[in-house]
Design a protein around this ligand. Sequence first.
Ligand code: NI
Length: 182
Amino acid sequence: MAKLQILEYPDPRLRTVATPVTEVTDDTRELIKDMFETMYAAPGIGLAATQVNVHQRILVADVSEDQSAPVVLINPEITESEGDAWSDEGCLSVPDVYEKVARAQQIRVRGLGITGEPMDMEAEGLLAVCIQHEMDHLEGKLFVDYLSELKRQRIRKKIEKARKITGSQPEPVPVSRDRSDQ
Ligand code: NI
């Protein structure tokens, strides 16, 4: 297993639209293991392959407190969505920024699991928000795209400043269920 490097906003590679996985192979599973390791270490509750510069339609998530509820979705598609959820979202690719974003409260999503088996699952609340956030990454979209241009400029400046001070990436903040990095 290996920890992968996470691309950070405004890296243009985060804008790549991921392509569908045609066959779930050992390489796919190896990548998924590495994605979990990277997400848990960050720490975060979700990670899309796009964020580690692999442009395939794969996401992982785990919204539990103790790494007990891993979710893998390959080629995810939302088939139903309902309700409104507004929550503070964060993103491992946009360090230390949390903003309210509107999402569906409940979704039904289908795709493939880690062995290539068809999956059809329902999710609500934090997991539903997380899956929607990660699916955006696969489209080259970031949660800051929902904010005003002024806010985005402020965020870019903040990230650039933090990078100058630390000389590298900012320290991750402790994981919290109301402000979750994805
Ligand atoms: Ni994210």
